[in-house]
Design a binder for this molecule. Structure first.
Ligand code: 13P
Length: 253
């Protein structure tokens, strides 16, 4: 039985006051939720503040939105996985499509970051997913397989033993147009099958999140699919009530 996980990816949003208010709202309202793991991923400058606040209730975990492909050293502007772990993060989002497309992260760089996160005792949340053009050309599985294979190549067949995968079709991110539960389920099943070819046990335990225009209104049906184990939430994670509504849907779903 896989416990659902709902993660908020705040992206590059917020100021100290918003962080404080959002955390307060979330921490109060998730108090009665059972059977779901919850995490938020704030921008780097607020990680310490967030982990301090979250330590008080112990229900919501914290994640970084990215980590460096390098270990500590002369890499101006980078933040290492060890640093993220040191300030109290438990998760790290790796290879988000915005990093791949806007910042040129290749599959190989993403795989190195994944390895750094694992080595630092963080749970990597590997984002995979196809663009609209890939989808129209019928290349969804090919793209997802390529993204997963790069991680297997870097980290070996046990790569996903302690990891999370997030299927985020690029065309669904921030578009208001989520994948249908059936089409998402098909890709989630495919991801689990690919992992199962290397390790049946890792595949059975692997949490595969869906991301892309998840709202409180569509979350329940998405999370009700056999291979959808929660969500990675962008826009809707910036409003306390919306995010908690999605967490609630994961409990029921
Ligand atoms: P939206 O929920 O805003 O579509 O963003 C999804 C996402 O990119 C989460 O990482």
């Amino acid at each position: 039985m896989r416990q659902p996980l709902v993660m908020g990816n705040w992206k590059m949003n917020g100021r100290r006051s918003m962080v404080e208010n959002l955390l307060k709202a979330v921490m109060i309202d998730v108090g009665d939720l059972a059977g779901v793991d919850i995490a938020v991923c704030p921008p780097y400058p607020y990680l310490g503040l967030v982990t301090d606040r979250l330590a008080v209730n112990g229900i919501v975990a914290c994640g970084a939105q990215d980590v460096s492909a390098y270990t500590d050293g002369a890499y101006t502007g980078e933040v290492s996985a060890e640093m993220a772990r040191d300030v109290g993060c438990r998760f790290a989002i790796i290879g988000h499509s915005e990093r791949r497309t806007l910042f040129g992260e290749t599959d190989e760089v993403v795989a190195q970051k994944f390895a750094r996160a694992v080595a630092a005792d963080l749970t990597p949340v590997l984002c995979v997913g196809e663009t609209a053009a890939d989808r129209d050309a019928g290349r969804t599985q090919e793209v997802v397989l390529r993204q997963l294979s790069a991680v297997f190549k870097e980290c070996g067949s046990g790569a996903f033993t302690r990891a999370v995968v997030a299927y985020e079709p690029v065309w669904a991110i921030g578009s208001g147009r989520a994948a249908s539960p059936e089409e998402a389920q098909k890709v989630h099943r495919f991801i689990r099958d690919v992992v199962a070819q290397k390790s049946a046990q890792a595949a059975a335990h692997l949490r595969i999140l869906y991301g892309g225009s998840v709202k409180a209104q569509n979350a329940r049906e998405l999370f009700g699919q056999d291979d959808i184990d929660g969500g990675l939430i962008g826009g809707a994670s910036l409003a306390g009530a919306d995010f908690v509504g999605i967490c609630r849907a994961a409990c029921i779903g």
